[in-house]
Design a protein around this ligand. Sequence first.
Ligand code: NAP
Length: 308
Amino acid sequence: MAILVDMTGSESRLDAIKTDFKRLGVSDPVWLPGEDYDPASIELVLAWKPQQRDWSAYTGVRLVQSWGAGVDHLLDAGFPADWTVARFMGQSLKDRMVRYVCAQLSNWQLDMPRLVQAQNEKRWDWHDGRWGEQVLILGLGELGESVAETLVVQGYKVSGWSQSPKKLNGVESLTGKTGLNAGLAKADYLINLLPLTSATRGLLGSELWARCERQPVVMNVGRGASLAEDDLIPALEVGQLSGAILDVFDTEPLAAESPFWAHPNIWITPHIASISDPSDVIRLAIDNLRQVRAGESPRYPVDLSREY
Ligand code: NAP
């Protein structure tokens, strides 16, 4: 068998992935796009925003393994409809997302930038904090569920919105438009953990902000294009929202000209909330390939026609 690693990433990162496959006991050749390999020999495609579009010569592919949890980057990759696709998921990814969300909520409540500035100026800047306890999580999947469960333990009141109803201890499950409206009306914090699909593109926009009653802080850790970027600053200016903590953007890296950088109530991180651990992804890819070869379904399979 052979493996194709078709990923947007620096050369050193791609070389590290090759080395990781070896370290985990895979002796089969690992190829990068542009190298001199036979497409028919490729059995596993490890992909992140793949460049390849014509897969007609890749007659032996058994599995496409997404490097990340999201699969929006694969929707226009042109894979034949009968290929098996799986996405990355694992405890490390959940833990990292939970830590990011909890840290940013705490940072917001303590107004950490203000405290860092005060320390730089050797000023004792005691303040009341910005407390709020009602959280609405948009998307109660693998990551949303982990975040919800931790926030409940931390004493937050948590609601979660998803397509299908959920049963999670201490978490209010909301569905449909009525459920979304009820959650928006009482939220102090909105955390987006929806996948990017045709239904969620631009969803976080003026229509939603008009239905918020408690000037929530929005945290986008799902996908950038779920946020209608042009609607954000107006919503902050009129007081529909108090702030925005953004890890993902429609275009990444965020352009230097974006007004988001300089806005006092917008915090920006560079798509870093929960990074896929390379060894965990490669381990899952190897296990999944084994399962597919044995005629079984891989772990975390994806039906691309459903978009997530
Ligand atoms: P997941 O397990 O597929 O869960 C998605 C959730 O969204 C499910 O609860 C689903 O409802 C719900 N949903 C989907 N479409 C919906 C719609 N139209 N209306 C209402 N609910 C809808 O996804 P995940 O693994 O938790 O990951 C979520 C996203 O996080 C990924 O797609 C990725 O974009 C993003 N992510 C970001 C980072 C980062 O570093 N910032 C890292 C990893 C992942 P059902 O449960 O009813 O299907």
